[in-house]
Design a protein around this ligand. Structure first.
Ligand code: PSV
Ligand code: MN
Ligand code: MN
Length: 425
């Protein structure tokens, strides 16, 4: 389904005067307004191909209204649709073998037609595929059997090859490897095997490529995880070399972890790859970004903006910004629009922080002032700024409202049928 630009314009016209009122009110107090609007317009968040269908839990999966993408082509069309509405979803992140680009040339052309790039490629050694020789039941890169490790390495190298064809420049490796019971494995052997396997993958990286090592404290293994936290990921990334970085998935920490501090130190070390954004109350809940703890998201962005500016980094292109969320009670496209919006809002709030005043407050140990500075930025309603940046970029002032008034889901159901199930998870 293609959204026609004149429909977006008509919709925007119908709510523009209300928008203008709100925008003028907030803009009056914003320093460097044009600079902030440009940064917001440049910022792009990659959509995971596996989030476009209705998710499930291990207890079940409930049917959606339908209209889910049935192929990689339709997934690209869905991301194109999101991007047409918010102008901030200009990339897609693929998971292999869920989304094998059998004809990379035409897939790349289709993506370009929608203004989309290919963000990090994701490998999968956490499931057994039907035609697979060795099982990953007891791990992949950590496995005691060299043949299993080799199979996992070869799979990752194959994923890089697909990525090269599509113009991606990074590989994210998330390993489910670990153990469920004490004594099941030798921690150091598991680490060494994993390192050796990652070294083989690293050696196959093309020049411009980066390797992102994603960590996770738990699940599906519940006693130990072989890339369990940022310390372990950083250890692998440091031993691997300059092209290896740590990827932070917000849901992969133990409860109440201070993620903003982790982010700040990884940035300082030049080892932060980027993010899998989502939100969580308990574990790896993969809930809509900003739905549970928007203040934490703001604090993370505050560290990012300050840390990236200190290092002279480009906000839009020097880190990988991706969503990793999946839903069983929401329309996945509406959910993704909400997630991107939450990211843009947190980013805009972080751009409003008075860094100079904050530094002074920190130097004089004025704790109250420091808190006031942060919360002044956080409590500013920046939604009109985000909407203005989107409007200027040709998007819809209110993407979710547009999606509903145009009955986009209904049209997708008409086009694709009510009984579609997205490929992947
Ligand atoms: C694992 O929980 C994870 O966060 C990894 O990024 C996977 O690639 C993704 O979810 C999909 O299962
Ligand atoms: Mn993830
Ligand atoms: Mn996860």
């Amino acid at each position: 389904m293609q959204v026609e630009k004149y429909k977006i314009d008509e919709f925007n016209n119908s709510i523009e005067s209300a928008h203008k009122r709100k925008f003028d009110f907030v803009a009056a107090d914003v320093n460097k307004l044009e600079d902030i609007l440009k940064k917001l317009a440049d910022f792009q968040v990659a959509i995971p191909s596996w989030a476009l269908g209705t998710g499930g839990t291990r207890f079940g999966r409930f049917p959606s209204k339908g209209g889910e993408p049935r192929s990689l082509e339709e997934k690209i069309e869905d991301v194109g649709l999101l991007h047409a509405l918010n102008r901030s979803s200009g990339a897609i992140s693929l998971h292999i073998p869920w989304d094998i680009p059998s004809n990379a040339k035409s897939i790349k052309a289709l993506a370009a037609q929608h203004g989309l790039k290919f963000d990090a490629m994701n490998s999968n050694t956490f499931q057994d595929q039907p035609d697979q020789k060795h099982s990953y039941k007891f791990g992949s890169m950590q496995h005691t059997d060299k043949a299993v490790r080799k199979q996992a390495v070869e799979h990752n190298i194959e994923v890089i090859k697909y990525g090269v064809e599509l113009g991606s420049e990074s590989l994210t490796v998330w390993l489910a490897d670990g153990s469920c019971f004490p004594g099941q494995l030798n921690f150091r052997n598991a680490f060494q095997n994993t390192l050796e396997s990652l070294q083989e993958v690293y050696a196959a990286l093309p020049d411009a490529w980066k390797l992102f090592v994603e960590y996770k404290a738990f699940e599906p293994n519940f006693y130990s995880t072989t890339v369990g936290d940022w310390g372990q990921s950083l250890l692998y990334a440091s031993k691997l070399g300059p092209k290896a970085y740590t990827l932070v998935d917000l849901g992969h920490h133990l409860p109440n972890a201070n993620i903003e501090q982790i982010v700040s130190l990884l940035l300082m070390e030049g080892k932060l790859a980027g993010f899998h954004f989502n939100d969580s109350k308990y574990g790896d809940d993969d809930l809509t970004v900003g739905s549970i703890n928007p203040y934490q998201l703001f604090l993370i962005f505050k560290e990012l903006v300050e840390g990236m500016d200190t290092r002279g980094m480009n906000h839009a292109s020097d880190l990988g910004w991706m969503i990793d969320a999946s839903h069983n009670v929401k329309d996945p496209l509406e959910d993704l629009l909400q997630s991107v919006e939450a990211i843009m809002v947190a980013y805009a709030q972080a751009l409003l922080v008075d860094e100079k005043a904050l530094k002074e407050a920190q130097l004089s140990n004025d704790v109250v002032r420091a808190q006031e500075i942060l919360q002044t930025a956080y409590r500013t309603d920046v939604r009109p700024l985000v909407a203005e940046a989107r409007l200027r970029a040709g998007g819809a002032l209110d993407p979710v409202a547009f999606y509903r008034t145009q009955d986009v889901r209904g049209n997708l159901v008409k086009e694709r049928g009510a009984k579609t199930v997205a490929t992947g998870l």
